[in-house]
Design a binder for this molecule. Structure first.
Ligand code: MRU
Length: 367
C-alpha cells in the first residue's frame, strides 16, 4: 500500500541473483529506511530485532532468509542450521515454522546446485500467496463492514483495532486492516480507533502511519480507553489479527487483545479476528496454556523511544532505575469470546467445526 503516495510492499527481492529488501519498521513513523538483507543472518536479525514483524511478514522474511542461506551454503547441514537459526528468532507466530517447512520441502529434495534458485522462487511464491490471501480476507471482511454501514444508514463504521495487523504486518494489505482498506476503497465511511499498544506501540507508530498513508480516518487511543468507548456505543466492531490460532479457534495475538475481547463481549460488540491459513496451528487442540508466549526485554516496558524536538530518536526511562518489569508479548483470547475468524476462504465460527468447514483437508490432522 502507500507511503506518501508511493506504493510499497514490506519485503521484496530484486535482480537475477536476488537481493532482498525490507522497510526497517523500528524507525517508523519517523524515518523511512530501506535495508538490504544480504545473508541469512541478516534476516534472522531483522526478525529478532523487529525490523520486520507481524506474523505473515515474519513468515515471508524467514522464507527469504532460508533462500539467502541456500545461496551461502546449499548443503543439507547448512540449510538445517539456517532453519534452526531462523526458527529461534520469535516463538509465538506460527507462520515462521509454516514458511520454513514449505521452504525445506521445496528445496531439500533437489541437488545442491539447484537449491538456491528454487529457494528464491519458493520464497517469492510464499510472499505472493500472502498478498492474495490478505486481499481475499479484505473482501470477506468488507461484507461485515457493509452490513454495519447499512445498519447505520451510512454513518461511519467505527472499528477498534489493536497492535498493527495492517499491511506492515504482512507483505501487503494486512489481515485485520484489509477489510478496512477494502471498505474505504468501496466508498464506505469507516473510522478506526487505534490502540497505541504498549509496550512497543505498534498501534501508534505503525497502524496510525499506514492508515494515514491510505487516507483512512483514525484516532489514536491509549490502550485503556477501549472498554470505555465500547460502553458508550462508540465501537461497532473490533478487528484484530492473530499470531497463532489453535484448531479450536483460540487466538494468540498481541498482549492486551484478550482484555479487548472481554470488553467487547460485555458490551455486545462483535469481535472478529482476521488471519490467513498460515497462522492456523492445526497441531494445537486449544490455545490457552499451550501457545508459547514470547517474553521480551523488560527495557521495552521501562523505557520508551520517540522523536525529540531536535529530530533525533531518543529512548527515555519512564520508571525508577532498576524497577523490575515483566513483558509477555502476547496473550490468548479464548474462542468463546471471538465472534468469527475472517480467513482467505471466508468467515468461520471460532471452533474446530467452523474451521474444518472452511479447511476440510485438515480433518485428519492430529491435534
Ligand atoms: O510483536 P508483533 O508486532 O510481531 O505482533 C504482531 C501482532 O500481534 C499483531 O497484532 C498481529 O495481529 C499479528 S500479525 C497480522
Amino acid at each position: 500500500l502507500r507511503i506518501q503516495g508511493k506504493f510499497y510492499r514490506t519485503i521484496w527481492a530484486l535482480g537475477e541473483a536476488p537481493t532482498v529488501h525490507i522497510i526497517d519498521q523500528t524507525l517508523l513513523p519517523h524515518r523511512l529506511e530501506i535495508r538490504t538483507l544480504a545473508r541469512a543472518a541478516d534476516a534472522a536479525e531483522a526478525i529478532a530485532a523487529m525490523r520486520v514483524r507481524g506474523a505473515p511478514l515474519i513468515g515471508a522474511t524467514a522464507a527469504y532468509g532460508y533462500a539467502l542461506g541456500a545461496r551461502e551454503d546449499p548443503a543439507d547441514a547448512g540449510l538445517e542450521r539456517v532453519r534452526d537459526q531462523l526458527l529461534s528468532t520469535r516463538p509465538t507466530a506460527v507462520n515462521l515454522r509454516w514458511a520454513l517447512d514449505l521452504m525445506r520441502a521445496a528445496v531439500l529434495p533437489l541437488p545442491p546446485a539447484a537449491r538456491a534458485s528454487a529457494a528464491f522462487e519458493q520464497a517469492a511464491s510464499i510472499a505472493e500467496a500472502d498478498v492474495v490471501s490478505c486481499r481475499a480476507i479484505g473482501g470477506h471482511g468488507l461484507a461485515l463492514i457493509e452490513q454495519l454501514a447499512a445498519r447505520k444508514g451510512g454513518a461511519a463504521v467505527n472499528v477498534l483495532t489493536h497492535c498493527n495487523a495492517g499491511w506492515l504486518a504482512a507483505v501487503d494489505w494486512g489481515t485485520a486492516l484489509a477489510p478496512v482498506y477494502a471498505a474505504h476503497r468501496a466508498g464506505i465511511a469507516v473510522h478506526v480507533w487505534v490502540d497505541e499498544t504498549r509496550p512497543r506501540n505498534q498501534g501508534a507508530s505503525l497502524t496510525a502511519y499506514e492508515l494515514a498513508g491510505e487516507g483512512v480516518a483514525h484516532t489514536l487511543i491509549a490502550d485503556n480507553a477501549g472498554g470505555h468507548l465500547m460502553q458508550q456505543g462508540r465501537v461497532d466492531l473490533c478487528l484484530v489479527g492473530s499470531d497463532r490460532t489453535a484448531a479450536n479457534g483460540d487466538v494468540a495475538n498481541k498482549i492486551g487483545t484478550y482484555l479487548k475481547a472481554l470488553a467487547a463481549h460485555d458490551n455486545g460488540v462483535p469481535f472478529y479476528v482476521a488471519l490467513p491459513c498460515s497462522t492456523l496451528d492445526w497441531g494445537l487442540a486449544s490455545g490457552v496454556g499451550s501457545i508459547p508466549i514470547e517474553e521480551r526485554s523488560a527495557r521495552e516496558v521501562t523505557h520508551v523511544t520517540g522523536l525529540a524536538a531536535d529530530g533525533t530518536l531518543n529512548t527515555v526511562a519512564i520508571a525508577p532505575p532498576g524497577t523490575p518489569a515483566a513483558n509477555p508479548a502476547f496473550d490468548v483470547t479464548p474462542a468463546r469470546l471471538v465472534t468469527g475468524l475472517i480467513t482467505e476462504r471466508g468467515v468461520a465460527a471460532a471452533s474446530r467445526g467452523g474451521l474444518l468447514h472452511l479447511y476440510p483437508e485438515q480433518a485428519g490432522t492430529p491435534a
